[in-house]
Design a protein around this ligand. Structure first.
Ligand SMILES: Cc1ncc(COP(=O)(O)O)c(C=O)c1O
Length: 403
């Protein structure tokens, strides 16, 4: 039977998931991680790491479930995480006592203080954690925290390598930061740089530069900061500093530079639709939302218009069937069955969303519809446990991070 035949609305891939979810799923909106497809993406990244000699840091906010992070970390062989949120950071430190964690954004010093207050267990922040610092003012606040706690903080400095999201934009501006670190060896330790450059892999107009030209500019800026530090603060320089760069869109371009020591990747391993970029052409989508059809109500009928609505479905065959699905209004697009559309007239709903289709779609009440998220992070936190599937079967349930 073909997709659309009665009782088989999907192609073989989604039909297998539909059958599995109808018998073993929660029959409410669910977030699926396809492990076969994730394994493919892991392999693509693993080959890049082998080629480039770089290490991988997993972006925790983009893969916000400890089970998912553990699965990828074990397969790829990395203990490095990038964290962006104090409550998640505390979870990471407890759940991954061997981890090496770098903050991906500078947190208010009070957040850092809360981390220390709540931290329990063998994870040793003085060895295993790098705070990200963007200004001398923030570094002085962190120095105060370190003095109050009687500990030493490892400091990674945020560089502006062209993203213009803050951070140190020219080497001279490093001086007050490095000076402060050099003057307080009891409480501060220089741990490296972080320079994030997603624009290198985004589909920018050619006139702004090819990916290779953009990368060259990024690396010239990065190199300037490294040279300045080595020349002016040689005592702070060590060969094992963390020289972090990239994100999913730009990591492939970094195969050709040898300055950075590691790349940070999260979302690209799942490839939601905003990451349909030429730089990630080898990656495959590995994340979907599934939700059951609650009602099938025939041709689209709009409130108040009642029978006059019929004109709409007469005009457009793709409005001749109407479904209400469980939940909705996500940052996601319908992918299966083909031809599902939001009405555009009825209004969105997070509770029961209206979806139109042609009668040939073959969907019935209790069948699942599938959507592809546009991003990972926030979307992944909206469905309770992630359902990991392999070969069309649910094989694991992974709780997501909570506050
Ligand atoms: C500092 C930093 N590095 C890396 C990333 C890459 O994350 P992802 O691979 O999920 O896009 C991000 C994303 O926001 C980031 O802020």
């Amino acid at each position: 039977m073909r997709p659309g035949d009665q009782g088989r609305p999907h192609d073989a891939y989604f039909q297998a998931l539909n059958d599995e979810l109808k018998s073993h799923g929660p029959m409410r909106p669910a977030l699926l991680i396809d492990l076969d497809r994730l394994d493919h993406n892991i392999e693509v990244v693993r080959r890049f790491l082998a080629r480039s000699g770089k290490q991988l840091r997993l972006v925790e906010k983009s893969l916000p479930a400890p089970g998912l992070l553990r699965y990828i970390g074990e397969r790829i062989g990395t203990r490095r995480l990038m964290s962006f949120h104090q409550p998640f950071l505390n979870h990471d430190a407890r759940l991954f006592p061997e981890a090496d964690i770098l903050l991906g954004k500078p947190l208010p010093v009070r957040s850092a203080q809360l981390f220390y207050q709540q931290h329990r267990g063998p994870f040793d922040p003085a060895r295993q954690l790098q705070w990200l610092i963007d200004t001398p003012e923030r570094l002085r606040q962190y120095l105060g925290l370190a003095q109050g706690l009687g500990t030493r903080l490892r400091i990674n400095i945020e560089l502006d390598v062209g993203l213009h999201r803050g951070g140190v934009a020219e080497p001279r501006a490093l001086a007050p930061l490095l000076q402060l670190i050099a003057e307080h060896p009891q409480h501060l330790e220089f741990a490296g740089f972080m320079g994030y450059d997603p624009f290198v892999g985004m589909n920018l107009p050619e006139l702004l530069g090819t990916p290779n030209e953009l990368l060259a500019k990024v690396m010239t800026l990065y190199q300037g900061h490294v040279d300045f530090t080595r020349q002016r603060f040689p005592a702070l320089w060590r060969e094992d500093l963390t020289l972090n760069t990239a994100g999913s869109p730009s990591y492939p371009a970094h195969a050709h530079e040898s300055l950075s020591s590691e790349v940070a990747i999260g979302t690209g391993l799942l490839k939601p639709s905003h990451y349909d970029l030429p730089s990630l052409a080898e990656h495959v989508p590995a994340v979907f939302i599934a939700t059951p059809v609650l009602k099938r109500t025939g041709a689209l009928r709009l409130p108040a218009l009642d029978d006059k609505s019929r004109l709409l479905s007469w005009w457009d065959v793709n409005r001749r069937e109407t479904f209400f699905v469980y939940g909705g209004n996500w940052q996601a697009d319908f992918v299966s069955p083909a031809g599902l559309r939001l009405s555009g007239l009825y209004g969105r709903s997070s509770n029961q969303e209206l979806v139109n289709a042609s009668p040939a779609v073959g969907l019935a009440v209790d069948d699942q519809v599938f959507l592809r998220p546009t991003q990972s992070e926030a979307v992944l936190l909206q469905f309770g446990d992630l359902l990991a599937v392999r070969g069309g079967k649910i094989v694991e349930r992974w709780p997501v991070y909570t506050e």
